[in-house]
Design a protein around this ligand. Structure first.
Ligand SMILES: *[C@@H]1O[C@H](CO)[C@@H](O)[C@H](O)[C@H]1NC(C)=O
Ligand SMILES: *[C@@H]1O[C@H](CO)[C@@H](O)[C@H](O)[C@H]1NC(C)=O
Ligand SMILES: *[C@@H]1O[C@H](CO)[C@@H](O)[C@H](O)[C@H]1NC(C)=O
Length: 270
Protein backbone atom coordinates (compact mmCIF):
# COMPACT_ATOMS: atom_id res chain seq x y z
CA UNK A 1 0.00 0.00 0.00
CA UNK A 2 1.37 3.41 -0.86
CA UNK A 3 1.58 6.12 1.76
CA UNK A 4 -0.80 8.25 -0.28
CA UNK A 5 -3.40 5.46 -0.30
CA UNK A 6 -2.88 5.08 3.42
CA UNK A 7 -3.70 8.78 3.97
CA UNK A 8 -6.68 8.66 1.61
CA UNK A 9 -7.94 5.59 3.47
CA UNK A 10 -7.79 7.42 6.78
CA UNK A 11 -9.41 10.59 5.47
CA UNK A 12 -12.24 8.72 3.74
CA UNK A 13 -12.41 6.18 6.56
CA UNK A 14 -12.02 3.29 4.08
CA UNK A 15 -11.09 -0.08 5.52
CA UNK A 16 -7.34 -0.65 5.18
CA UNK A 17 -6.90 -3.59 2.84
CA UNK A 18 -5.43 -6.61 4.59
CA UNK A 19 -1.99 -7.24 3.12
CA UNK A 20 -1.90 -10.47 1.16
CA UNK A 21 1.21 -12.51 0.91
CA UNK A 22 1.82 -15.17 -1.68
CA UNK A 23 3.32 -18.52 -0.73
CA UNK A 24 4.78 -20.50 -3.58
CA UNK A 25 3.80 -24.16 -3.32
CA UNK A 26 5.86 -25.07 -6.42
CA UNK A 27 9.35 -26.51 -6.59
CA UNK A 28 11.89 -25.08 -9.02
CA UNK A 29 12.51 -27.26 -12.07
CA UNK A 30 16.04 -28.41 -12.72
CA UNK A 31 17.41 -31.64 -14.20
CA UNK A 32 18.28 -33.12 -10.79
CA UNK A 33 14.75 -33.08 -9.29
CA UNK A 34 13.12 -36.33 -8.12
CA UNK A 35 11.26 -38.28 -10.77
CA UNK A 36 8.83 -41.11 -11.26
CA UNK A 37 10.92 -43.87 -12.90
CA UNK A 38 8.54 -44.40 -15.83
CA UNK A 39 8.49 -40.72 -16.80
CA UNK A 40 10.79 -38.79 -19.15
CA UNK A 41 12.96 -36.59 -16.96
CA UNK A 42 13.29 -32.82 -17.20
CA UNK A 43 16.14 -31.99 -19.54
CA UNK A 44 17.26 -28.44 -19.96
CA UNK A 45 19.56 -26.98 -22.55
CA UNK A 46 20.85 -23.49 -21.93
CA UNK A 47 21.98 -21.22 -24.71
CA UNK A 48 23.49 -17.81 -24.05
CA UNK A 49 24.78 -15.65 -26.87
CA UNK A 50 26.66 -12.42 -26.45
CA UNK A 51 26.22 -10.59 -29.70
CA UNK A 52 29.41 -8.65 -30.15
CA UNK A 53 28.53 -7.15 -33.46
CA UNK A 54 29.79 -3.54 -33.09
CA UNK A 55 26.57 -1.98 -34.29
CA UNK A 56 23.95 -4.01 -32.37
CA UNK A 57 25.54 -5.05 -29.12
CA UNK A 58 23.09 -6.86 -26.88
CA UNK A 59 22.76 -9.84 -24.63
CA UNK A 60 20.61 -12.76 -25.76
CA UNK A 61 19.74 -15.94 -23.87
CA UNK A 62 17.31 -18.71 -24.71
CA UNK A 63 16.82 -22.22 -23.36
CA UNK A 64 15.04 -25.37 -24.44
CA UNK A 65 13.63 -28.18 -22.35
CA UNK A 66 11.99 -31.55 -22.72
CA UNK A 67 10.00 -33.22 -19.99
CA UNK A 68 7.20 -35.57 -19.16
CA UNK A 69 4.00 -33.71 -18.28
CA UNK A 70 4.34 -35.41 -14.89
CA UNK A 71 7.58 -33.93 -13.59
CA UNK A 72 8.11 -31.53 -10.70
CA UNK A 73 5.16 -29.70 -9.23
CA UNK A 74 2.40 -30.63 -11.66
CA UNK A 75 -1.27 -31.34 -12.22
CA UNK A 76 -2.72 -34.69 -13.25
CA UNK A 77 -5.65 -34.01 -15.56
CA UNK A 78 -8.55 -36.48 -15.22
CA UNK A 79 -7.71 -37.68 -18.76
CA UNK A 80 -4.48 -39.17 -17.34
CA UNK A 81 -6.60 -42.12 -16.08
CA UNK A 82 -9.97 -41.67 -17.77
CA UNK A 83 -10.59 -41.47 -21.53
CA UNK A 84 -13.60 -39.23 -20.97
CA UNK A 85 -12.00 -37.02 -18.30
CA UNK A 86 -10.93 -33.45 -18.87
CA UNK A 87 -7.63 -32.93 -20.63
CA UNK A 88 -5.43 -30.36 -19.00
CA UNK A 89 -6.54 -27.52 -21.28
CA UNK A 90 -10.20 -28.40 -20.60
CA UNK A 91 -10.13 -28.06 -16.81
CA UNK A 92 -12.29 -24.98 -16.08
CA UNK A 93 -10.47 -21.99 -14.61
CA UNK A 94 -13.09 -21.94 -11.84
CA UNK A 95 -11.51 -25.20 -10.61
CA UNK A 96 -8.01 -23.74 -10.72
CA UNK A 97 -8.00 -20.05 -9.90
CA UNK A 98 -9.01 -18.67 -6.51
CA UNK A 99 -10.30 -22.01 -5.31
CA UNK A 100 -10.54 -22.81 -1.63
CA UNK A 101 -7.82 -25.03 -0.24
CA UNK A 102 -7.56 -26.87 3.02
CA UNK A 103 -4.59 -28.80 4.42
CA UNK A 104 -4.86 -32.11 6.27
CA UNK A 105 -1.71 -32.74 8.31
CA UNK A 106 -0.75 -36.43 8.28
CA UNK A 107 2.98 -35.83 8.75
CA UNK A 108 3.04 -37.57 12.13
CA UNK A 109 1.45 -40.76 10.78
CA UNK A 110 3.74 -40.72 7.72
CA UNK A 111 6.87 -40.22 9.82
CA UNK A 112 6.13 -43.60 11.43
CA UNK A 113 5.35 -45.42 8.17
CA UNK A 114 6.78 -44.39 4.82
CA UNK A 115 4.10 -46.49 3.08
CA UNK A 116 1.29 -44.84 5.02
CA UNK A 117 -2.17 -44.88 3.43
CA UNK A 118 -4.12 -41.81 4.51
CA UNK A 119 -7.46 -42.81 6.02
CA UNK A 120 -10.99 -41.43 6.13
CA UNK A 121 -10.47 -40.90 9.88
CA UNK A 122 -7.44 -38.67 9.19
CA UNK A 123 -9.78 -36.34 7.30
CA UNK A 124 -12.58 -36.63 9.88
CA UNK A 125 -10.13 -35.90 12.71
CA UNK A 126 -9.05 -32.74 10.91
CA UNK A 127 -12.58 -31.39 11.43
CA UNK A 128 -13.11 -30.69 7.75
CA UNK A 129 -16.36 -28.81 7.33
CA UNK A 130 -17.21 -27.77 3.77
CA UNK A 131 -19.90 -25.13 3.17
CA UNK A 132 -22.39 -25.63 0.34
CA UNK A 133 -21.69 -22.24 -1.19
CA UNK A 134 -19.12 -19.49 -1.07
CA UNK A 135 -20.21 -16.89 1.51
CA UNK A 136 -18.98 -13.99 -0.66
CA UNK A 137 -20.08 -15.02 -4.15
CA UNK A 138 -22.97 -17.37 -3.43
CA UNK A 139 -21.42 -19.75 -5.95
CA UNK A 140 -20.73 -23.41 -5.31
CA UNK A 141 -17.88 -23.81 -2.82
CA UNK A 142 -15.05 -25.38 -4.86
CA UNK A 143 -12.21 -26.81 -2.83
CA UNK A 144 -8.95 -28.70 -3.12
CA UNK A 145 -7.91 -30.97 -0.29
CA UNK A 146 -4.15 -30.99 0.29
CA UNK A 147 -2.37 -33.68 2.27
CA UNK A 148 0.78 -32.72 4.13
CA UNK A 149 2.89 -35.86 4.53
CA UNK A 150 6.08 -33.98 5.44
CA UNK A 151 7.83 -35.50 2.39
CA UNK A 152 8.70 -31.99 1.11
CA UNK A 153 11.67 -32.05 3.48
CA UNK A 154 13.28 -34.89 1.49
CA UNK A 155 13.16 -32.91 -1.80
CA UNK A 156 15.35 -33.10 -3.94
CA UNK A 157 16.91 -36.36 -2.66
CA UNK A 158 15.56 -39.04 -5.01
CA UNK A 159 16.13 -41.95 -2.61
CA UNK A 160 14.72 -40.26 0.47
CA UNK A 161 11.79 -38.78 -1.45
CA UNK A 162 10.87 -41.77 -3.62
CA UNK A 163 12.77 -44.84 -2.42
CA UNK A 164 14.62 -47.16 -4.75
CA UNK A 165 13.83 -46.85 -8.48
CA UNK A 166 12.42 -50.38 -8.62
CA UNK A 167 10.87 -50.29 -5.14
CA UNK A 168 9.18 -46.95 -4.48
CA UNK A 169 8.30 -45.86 -0.96
CA UNK A 170 6.22 -42.83 0.00
CA UNK A 171 2.77 -42.28 1.50
CA UNK A 172 -0.46 -41.66 -0.39
CA UNK A 173 -4.25 -41.67 -0.16
CA UNK A 174 -6.08 -44.92 0.58
CA UNK A 175 -8.64 -46.21 -1.91
CA UNK A 176 -11.34 -45.83 0.77
CA UNK A 177 -10.45 -42.18 1.28
CA UNK A 178 -10.59 -41.38 -2.44
CA UNK A 179 -14.04 -42.98 -2.66
CA UNK A 180 -15.18 -41.16 0.48
CA UNK A 181 -14.09 -37.76 -0.86
CA UNK A 182 -15.83 -38.08 -4.23
CA UNK A 183 -19.00 -39.46 -2.63
CA UNK A 184 -19.19 -37.06 0.33
CA UNK A 185 -18.33 -33.78 -1.37
CA UNK A 186 -19.47 -34.35 -4.96
CA UNK A 187 -19.04 -31.30 -7.21
CA UNK A 188 -17.54 -29.16 -4.47
CA UNK A 189 -14.42 -31.33 -4.31
CA UNK A 190 -12.38 -30.44 -7.41
CA UNK A 191 -9.03 -32.08 -6.67
CA UNK A 192 -6.55 -33.54 -4.22
CA UNK A 193 -2.98 -32.37 -3.61
CA UNK A 194 0.00 -34.00 -1.93
CA UNK A 195 3.68 -33.31 -1.25
CA UNK A 196 4.89 -36.63 -2.71
CA UNK A 197 5.40 -37.99 -6.24
CA UNK A 198 1.85 -39.33 -6.45
CA UNK A 199 -1.60 -39.34 -4.85
CA UNK A 200 -1.24 -43.15 -4.85
CA UNK A 201 1.40 -44.44 -2.45
CA UNK A 202 4.76 -45.64 -3.76
CA UNK A 203 3.91 -49.33 -3.47
CA UNK A 204 0.78 -49.01 -5.62
CA UNK A 205 0.66 -51.19 -8.73
CA UNK A 206 -2.83 -50.22 -9.96
CA UNK A 207 -3.00 -46.47 -9.19
CA UNK A 208 -6.49 -46.96 -7.84
CA UNK A 209 -6.65 -43.47 -6.31
CA UNK A 210 -5.78 -41.94 -9.68
CA UNK A 211 -8.50 -44.08 -11.25
CA UNK A 212 -11.17 -43.00 -8.77
CA UNK A 213 -10.28 -39.31 -8.94
CA UNK A 214 -10.10 -39.36 -12.76
CA UNK A 215 -13.39 -41.21 -13.16
CA UNK A 216 -15.05 -38.39 -11.19
CA UNK A 217 -13.24 -35.68 -13.15
CA UNK A 218 -11.08 -34.61 -10.19
CA UNK A 219 -7.52 -33.51 -10.72
CA UNK A 220 -4.40 -34.29 -8.68
CA UNK A 221 -1.62 -31.93 -7.63
CA UNK A 222 1.67 -33.71 -7.00
CA UNK A 223 5.08 -32.71 -5.65
CA UNK A 224 3.64 -29.72 -3.82
CA UNK A 225 6.21 -27.73 -1.84
CA UNK A 226 4.76 -27.43 1.66
CA UNK A 227 6.33 -26.22 4.87
CA UNK A 228 5.61 -26.61 8.58
CA UNK A 229 5.22 -22.83 8.72
CA UNK A 230 2.45 -22.85 6.13
CA UNK A 231 0.71 -25.80 7.76
CA UNK A 232 0.94 -24.27 11.25
CA UNK A 233 -0.24 -20.94 9.96
CA UNK A 234 -3.36 -22.05 8.13
CA UNK A 235 -4.13 -24.93 10.54
CA UNK A 236 -7.65 -26.07 9.72
CA UNK A 237 -8.73 -22.96 7.84
CA UNK A 238 -9.51 -22.68 4.14
CA UNK A 239 -7.29 -20.33 2.16
CA UNK A 240 -7.37 -19.17 -1.49
CA UNK A 241 -5.23 -21.13 -3.92
CA UNK A 242 -4.24 -20.51 -7.54
CA UNK A 243 -3.15 -23.35 -9.82
CA UNK A 244 -1.72 -22.38 -13.19
CA UNK A 245 -0.89 -25.39 -15.40
CA UNK A 246 0.70 -24.98 -18.80
CA UNK A 247 -2.18 -25.16 -21.31
CA UNK A 248 -1.21 -28.29 -23.24
CA UNK A 249 -3.74 -29.45 -25.84
CA UNK A 250 -4.56 -33.14 -25.23
CA UNK A 251 -2.42 -32.88 -22.08
CA UNK A 252 -2.67 -35.62 -19.47
CA UNK A 253 -1.02 -33.24 -17.04
CA UNK A 254 1.30 -30.25 -16.94
CA UNK A 255 3.89 -28.47 -14.86
CA UNK A 256 2.20 -25.88 -12.65
CA UNK A 257 2.80 -22.75 -10.69
CA UNK A 258 0.76 -23.15 -7.51
CA UNK A 259 0.35 -20.25 -5.11
CA UNK A 260 -1.43 -19.81 -1.77
CA UNK A 261 -2.71 -16.36 -0.87
CA UNK A 262 -2.60 -15.62 2.84
CA UNK A 263 -3.63 -12.53 4.68
CA UNK A 264 -2.02 -13.12 8.05
CA UNK A 265 1.64 -12.60 7.14
CA UNK A 266 2.78 -12.12 10.73
CA UNK A 267 2.49 -15.81 11.41
CA UNK A 268 4.37 -16.91 8.30
CA UNK A 269 8.08 -16.82 7.76
CA UNK A 270 10.20 -18.71 5.28
C1 LIG B 1 19.38 -33.48 -22.96
O1 LIG B 1 19.34 -32.69 -24.13
C2 LIG B 1 20.56 -32.58 -24.79
C3 LIG B 1 20.40 -31.59 -25.93
O2 LIG B 1 19.34 -31.97 -26.78
C4 LIG B 1 21.03 -33.95 -25.24
O3 LIG B 1 22.28 -33.85 -25.85
C5 LIG B 1 21.13 -34.87 -24.02
O4 LIG B 1 21.45 -36.17 -24.42
C6 LIG B 1 19.82 -34.87 -23.26
N1 LIG B 1 19.98 -35.63 -22.02
C7 LIG B 1 19.12 -36.55 -21.63
C8 LIG B 1 19.42 -37.19 -20.31
O5 LIG B 1 18.14 -36.86 -22.28
C1 LIG C 1 -10.95 -30.94 16.01
O1 LIG C 1 -11.88 -30.50 16.98
C2 LIG C 1 -11.66 -31.09 18.27
C3 LIG C 1 -12.81 -30.67 19.15
O2 LIG C 1 -13.00 -29.28 19.10
C4 LIG C 1 -10.29 -30.66 18.80
O3 LIG C 1 -10.04 -31.26 20.04
C5 LIG C 1 -9.23 -31.09 17.79
O4 LIG C 1 -7.95 -30.60 18.20
C6 LIG C 1 -9.53 -30.55 16.40
N1 LIG C 1 -8.58 -31.08 15.46
C7 LIG C 1 -7.77 -30.31 14.73
C8 LIG C 1 -6.84 -31.00 13.79
O5 LIG C 1 -7.75 -29.09 14.80
C1 LIG D 1 -5.67 -33.73 -29.85
O1 LIG D 1 -5.59 -35.01 -30.42
C2 LIG D 1 -6.43 -35.19 -31.55
C3 LIG D 1 -6.34 -36.67 -31.94
O2 LIG D 1 -5.01 -37.07 -32.04
C4 LIG D 1 -6.00 -34.26 -32.65
O3 LIG D 1 -6.86 -34.39 -33.76
C5 LIG D 1 -6.07 -32.81 -32.12
O4 LIG D 1 -5.60 -31.92 -33.10
C6 LIG D 1 -5.27 -32.66 -30.86
N1 LIG D 1 -5.48 -31.34 -30.29
C7 LIG D 1 -4.47 -30.56 -29.91
C8 LIG D 1 -4.88 -29.24 -29.35
O5 LIG D 1 -3.33 -30.90 -29.97
Amino acid sequence: MTFRFFLVSIILNLPLATPVIFIDLSHTFDPSIPFFPTQVRFNFTQRIVQLMNEKNKFFYATNAFTTSEHMGTHIDAPYHFSPTGWKVDEIPLSHLVFVHARIVDVSKQCSQDRNYLITIDDVKNSNLSVPESDAETGEKFSFVLIFYTGWTKYWPDQTMYAGDKSDLHFPGLSEQLATYLVNTYGDRFVGAGIDTLSTDYGQSKTYVVHQILARHNKYGLENLALTDNLVNSVQTKFFPLDVYPMKIGNGTGAPCRIVARLNNPKRISK
